[in-house]
Design a protein around this ligand. Structure first.
Ligand SMILES: [Zn+2]
Length: 273
């Protein structure tokens, strides 16, 4: 499943191909993905328009034009590939974009949990309104996190980190690894987090996201050869998926527990708080 670093990698790969280019043609091969595709709105908003920036918010990408933006989410299995023409060659191709002069991007999504939507200028989109701040955004400060956490009375820090309404785009691997690096127990109550703890946790989170982005490659070629999951396999994971293996710091055995239906991996000795 593509996570924040994979989406950022894709953004960097796509940006030179789609930013400040006119969209010459656009074709949809089905009516819906996770949500119905607003095909008429997208055609009206995007066709023959020159795009401006490609931006990321959590795991969403936004390709901006004057009237609004194309809102993209990769879901579980979405990806873009470059092809020599509009002609569909791969199974599960749901949309094809032609950017001048000759960039043909095919959107493929076998499981169809992705989305292609329209966010009108000045109105945004309900999916984005519910998102918490982005972990890599410089505006996401420890103070901001304390404010967001202020009304979370019962949540544990791990559950909080993975809630996109509080902090956008943090998957299980990054949550486990960041808590390990910050020395915080995954069950630690959010309401007890101090300013220095938030500072440490945010810095750990950013470091691991940046490492993952750096290892994810920055070309579309690299990206489309993967299923979107390659980035974190190149990371050296300290705890994730390492139950009963020695902790890289203290050598005691890594434990696993279940939180909100997801496996959490941690070191009892290094994550005491
Ligand atoms: Zn340890």
């Amino acid at each position: 499943m593509p996570e924040l670093p994979e989406v950022e990698t894709l953004k960097r790969a796509l940006a030179p191909l789609v930013q400040n280019h006119r969209l010459l043609d656009l074709r949809f091969l089905r009516k819906d993905l996770r949500f119905p595709i607003p095909r008429e709105e997208l055609r009206r908003g995007l066709l023959h328009q020159t795009t401006s920036r490609l931006t990321r918010q959590g795991k969403y990408l936004l390709l901006h034009v004057s009237e609004g933006a194309l809102l993209i989410h990769l879901g579980m299995s979405g990806r873009f590939i470059q092809q020599p023409s509009m002609k569909v060659v791969e199974k599960h191709t749901h949309a094809v974009f032609w950017f001048e002069p000759d960039t043909f991007l095919h959107f493929i999504d076998p499981r169809r949990f992705g989305c292609l939507l329209w966010a009108p200028q000045g109105q945004g989109h309900p999916l984005l309104d519910k998102l918490g701040p982005d972990a890599l955004d410089t505006g996401t400060t420890p103070k901001k996190m304390e404010e967001i956490a202020a009304n979370c009375f019962r949540a544990s820090i791990k559950t909080f980190l993975m809630d996109a309404h509080r902090l956008a785009g943090i998957g299980n691997i990054y949550a486990c690894e960041a808590l390990f690096r910050a020395g915080i127990h995954p069950k630690y109550p959010v309401r007890r987090m101090s300013s220095p703890q938030w500072k440490k946790l945010l810095s750990s989170l950013r470091k691991i996201l940046k490492q993952s982005i750096a290892s994810g490659g920055t070309t579309l070629r690299d990206f489309h050869s993967t299923d979107g999951s390659q980035g974190y396999y190149k990371l050296s994971l300290a705890v994730y998926g390492r139950e009963n293996l020695p902790c890289p710091i203290c050598t005691s055995l890594i434990k696993r527990l279940t939180q909100s239906g997801r496996s959490t991996f941690f070191c009892k000795n290094c994550q005491k708080k």
